[in-house]
Design a protein around this ligand. Structure first.
Ligand SMILES: NC(=O)c1ccc[n+]([C@@H]2O[C@H](COP(=O)([O-])OP(=O)(O)OC[C@H]3O[C@@H](n4cnc5c(N)ncnc54)[C@H](OP(=O)(O)O)[C@@H]3O)[C@@H](O)[C@H]2O)c1
Length: 261
């Protein structure tokens, strides 16, 4: 993959899609700011990116820590591309979703995204436009789950819908000051997050392929980058069904539990 961005910051780069994105961006002349909570896995990801010639600045940091995130992002220097990727998933397991799980999902997937994107917007607004005429791009990793209120994963779907709507709506105004916002909406990707799923995952793809499609969509300037199209269409169709039909269909499907928390 051709490196389009010189100064890139990615949260959740210690695993899965975040790591694949980091490796796809890595090239000589590229500075990568990578975060995660697991120091050993983050260092492995950093080493893989250094092997491709990038300068890597890894940082062990929790996206839920607003002050630490702001300090990290404001101290990173110029940022051409920021990817708010860190996230967690969990479902009801067929019973009541625990209160603590609901709060943790919102805290990580919504507040954690804001803790990344809001300081990044400030940094980008203050920097001069780059070769592409933009001050910077911020990509928020949502999911095709944003388009379906799936009874098996109420909070996960809600968190992904929140950040997808926020990024897409904000893009209209932010582009006036030379900043682009993007909503990344992948279908099933083969990562630690999906490894524990005990249900069929149609059109499951490797993280490298998801990273390639994400970066290709960013390079084309698409506001919403949703893939693969059959999963996206299925999600849009399921989301458009009458609520009672959707409930009847989803009640026959297995629900994800809390195994990833
Ligand atoms: N896999 C899929 O099918 C799929 C589909 C659509 C969207 N997504 C989204 O893609 C993103 C990446 O998921 P993935 O599949 O790559 O899962 P993953 O392999 O489990 O990776 C999740 C990453 O997020 C980091 N993370 C989680 N909570 C964090 C926190 N509080 N602070 C800092 N970092 C945190 C993890 O860091 P540590 O491990 O170091 O804690 C890890 O690097 C998520 O937003 C997910 O919702 C995934």
């Amino acid at each position: 993959m051709q490196a389009f961005w010189q100064n890139v910051l990615i949260t959740g780069a210690s695993s899965g899609l975040g790591r694949a994105l980091a490796e796809a961006c890595a090239a000589p002349g590229v500075v990568l700011h990578l975060s995660g909570r697991d120091a050993a896995r983050l260092e492995e990801a950093a080493a893989a990116c250094r092997a491709k010639g990038a300068e890597v600045q890894p940082r062990v940091i929790d996206v839920c820590d607003a002050d630490a995130m702001a300090a990290w992002i404001q101290g990173a220097g110029r940022l051409d591309l920021v990817i708010a990727n860190a996230g967690i998933s969990a479902g009801t397991g067929g019973t009541t979703e625990p209160t603590a799980q609901t709060r943790l999902l919102f805290e990580t997937n919504v507040t954690g995204v804001l803790n990344t994107a809001l300081p990044a917007l400030e940094v980008m607004a203050a920097q001069s436009p780059g070769a592409d005429g933009l001050r910077g791009r911020i990509a928020v990793v949502s999911s095709v789950a944003a388009f379906v209120a799936a009874p098996g994963a109420p909070t996960y779907c809600a968190t992904k819908a929140a950040v997808q709507r926020w990024a897409e709506a904000l893009d209209a105004t932010e582009r006036k000051r030379g900043i682009r916002m993007h909503a990344i909406c992948p279908g099933y990707v083969r990562t630690a997050m999906t490894a524990r799923n005990k249900f069929p995952m149609p059109f499951l793809m490797d993280a490298d392929e998801a990273a390639r499609r994400t970066l290709a969509g960013l390079a084309r300037g698409k506001t919403r980058i949703a893939y693969p199209w059959p999963t996206y269409m299925l999600a849009r169709f399921a989301g458009a069904l009458p609520i009672s039909w959707r409930a009847a269909i989803f009640s026959r499907l297995p629900a994800k539990g809390d195994g990833n928390l």
